[in-house]
Design a protein around this ligand. Sequence first.
Ligand SMILES: Nc1nc2c(c(=O)[nH]1)N[C@H]1C(S)=C(S)[C@@H](COP(=O)(O)O)O[C@H]1N2
Ligand SMILES: [Mo]
Length: 435
Amino acid sequence: MRLKQERGLCERYAADPEQADAEIFGRRVDGTRRGFLKRSGLAFMGALLGAGIPFWRNYPGGLIPAAFAESDAAFVIDGKNGLRVLNDRPLNAETPVHFLDDDVTPTSRHFIRNNGIPPAYADPAAWRLTVDGEVERALELSIDDLRRRFEVVKLQLQLECGGNGRAAFNPPARGNQWSLGAIGNAQWTGVRYRDVLQAAGLKPTAVYTGHYGADSHLSGQAGKLPLSRGVPLHKALDPHTLIAFEMNGEPIHQMNGAPLRVVAPGWPGSCSQKWLTRIWVRDQVHDGAKMTGTSYRVPKYPVAPGQTVPEEDFRIIESMPVKSIISSPKNGILLPAGQRNLTVHGHAWAGDLAVSAMHLSIDFGRTWLNARVDAPPNKYSWQAWSAGLNFPLAGYYEVWARATDENGQMQPFAIAWNPKGYLNNAMHRIAVRVS
Ligand SMILES: Nc1nc2c(c(=O)[nH]1)N[C@H]1C(S)=C(S)[C@@H](COP(=O)(O)O)O[C@H]1N2
Ligand SMILES: [Mo]
């Protein structure tokens, strides 16, 4: 079910490895050298294809050769470290959950979700953002204009893909099979989206925004966009919604939207347009690519797994639900003989809301203990939590982690199944064996 009709990695590398590498991965952040696949990786791919893959015509498009997993010449994305690559075209990579232990997610550990082909590296000095539509005066702004005209703010902001957790859907849902790692909490520097809208002057007819980026559609068809989503005006006016030009104090990584992007925290990541070129202020709900149909939408009512739902019964996803991860220890840990105590920690977040409590169970949900939950450094940052556990006997345990938001909503045991595989906020569980 992950098979894609697109031209596969092997096929394209067989034809022209350098060209394939450039097509798939674009330019390096510094813009000088092509290719995100490290030299050794390229050589490895060459050797692999040199040895010959008799059945390469059957090779599914989005799949990374399994041999890479066994090799040091692994599939490496420049500037990213240890991410699990789900697809090569478009490039999608998630962070193994035990690499999400930092309070501020390093750029090297921040997931990548592309719907299309990223633009080639562009000179940030030449970048322009257009703001038009239902405004008193259309604006054309350079990144320098943004820095000079508006207050520059730094915020730690959670960004989670609406499809994070889709891999656990049964029946499966089509799309990237994210496990838990399509979430990050980087520090973003930029200006408030609100301030830019106010400089343009909103007309009374303004109700929604439409975002445009410089990436191109997989089909290569001119004028066809991979993604153009937006947010209702109240979200654009939230002081935590940014037009960002730095990620963790540096220019944004090419794969995370350099040199300019929206960060609309707490909402599906797709609201946070990368490679931002235009904000079109609309007098209606934006109807760009992946705003309509069933994209980034869920049924308005609970449905049974596998149920067919008419399109008019879907609603646009806004704030993401409460969720948490156990980032340490790693799933499957074995405590040495004599050790009965274990500190566990992780992060929790809840869309537009704060996390008010975090509970852990080591007896499959019969009893729960309270974990410590830190206040966020700013609204819309995820929150660190930690707890000390004690295991009474040797044997197999699971640690279950459950966050509660400030409205009293908790993470469920099971997935609230929906046709497109969104919003899986089921509790994270890890296995612990005690010797
Ligand atoms: N221009 C553009 N912006 C985009 C996307 C895209 O494909 N093109 N993907 C969106 C989706 S679905 C997500 S989850 C986030 C992911 O941001 P990241 O790649 O920086 O983690 O970017 C969003 N912004
Ligand atoms: Mo996403």
